[in-house]
Design a protein around this ligand. Structure first.
Ligand SMILES: Cc1ncc(COP(=O)(O)O)c(CN[C@@H]2CONC2=O)c1O
Length: 281
């Protein structure tokens, strides 16, 4: 397959990272995962706007404008004849002798590659199990940075418990999943943690809120407790790769409406309409 590296399209086997790349040594970089349906990126503009917000927050100049980046990424998708999958992209602060403070004059290092990935139809239909874990991450989770060790450790805990995702909490208040946002539904109203420094403001999260507003579904962006989570009528998670995935159990306790609640189902249908609307299939 073809990889895009610092503006060059190269074969995957030639894509190598320097041992003094700051992304490799410090996690000093930012990333995005963009879904591709029918050969087209879904919500590319929103993802690339978040990427530039992340780059501003950590002071990396991403060396491309959003329109230049869009053209390069579309070319990468075409070169790999990708129909349904994901596009992974990242910028690091660049290659420089190891020193914590920022190097003066190095260019950011940019990598993007695609991977086929079918839609998670089984999870969408049958839901997934979760566990709750304490959120041990830093207090700038709004930056989509390469500093993912806290997320990785939380995901590992879920895997060891035979679950799909960990639901993280701070002081008994649910924040988000290790790589997803978390939602509850009560009496037809949905609720999720407000977009602040303690969660990533997911692109899928933003689309769900927009769909709710357009379809008269009441949505509240306000943190909820572990107790609210356990007592909810419906629970679901959202992410670029998981779309709108029902949660059927938390710590092996079944969620009230079993496999999939009617609001979650409605949101899945609206989300598919949005995908078809933007990507044509
Ligand atoms: C910590 C965290 N929260 C929320 C989300 C959901 O955000 P999006 O709706 O924008 O995807 C992600 C997605 N992380 C990407 C998506 O898939 N794999 C990842 O690492 C994430 O890593």
């Amino acid at each position: 397959s073809t990889v895009l590296m610092n503006g060059e399209f190269i074969p995957r086997e030639e894509a190598k990272v320097d041992i003094e790349d700051r992304g490799y040594q410090f996690g000093d970089g930012i990333y995005e995962v963009i879904r591709v349906y029918n050969g087209k990126m879904f919500m590319a503009k929103e993802h690339l706007e978040r990427l530039s917000a992340s780059s501003e927050k950590i002071g990396i100049a991403t060396s491309y404008s959003i329109s230049e980046l869009t053209i390069l990424l579309e070319e990468l998708i075409a070169k790999n004849s990708l129909s349904t999958g994901i596009l992974y992209m990242q910028f690091t602060r660049g290659v420089s002798p190891r020193n914590h403070s920022y190097p003066e004059t190095v260019a950011p290092a940019f990598v993007a590659y695609t991977k086929p990935l079918s839609r998670p139809l089984d999870n969408l239909e049958n839901g997934v199990g979760t566990i709750t874990v304490e959120d041990i991450r830093w207090s700038r989770c709004d930056i989509k940075s390469l500093n993912l060790l806290g997320n990785v450790m939380a995901k590992q805990k879920a895997a060891e418990a035979g679950c799909f995702e960990s639901i993280q909490y701070r002081d008994l208040s649910v924040t988000e999943g290790s790589s997803s946002n978390i939602w509850i539904v009560n009496g037809g109203k949905i609720r999720t943690h407000e977009a602040n420094q303690f969660i990533l403001n997911g692109i899928t999260r933003q689309k769900i809120i927009q769909l709710c507003e357009e379809n008269g579904i009441e949505v509240e962006e306000k943190a909820f407790s572990i107790e609210d989570l356990i007592d909810a009528d419906e629970v679901f998670l959202s992410s670029t790769t998981a779309e709108v995935t029902p949660i059927t159990a938390v710590n092996n306790v079944p969620v009230k409406e079993g496999n999939i609640g009617e609001v979650t189902k409605k949101l899945q249908d609206l989300f598919v309409e949005a995908i078809v609307g933007e990507c044509g299939q």
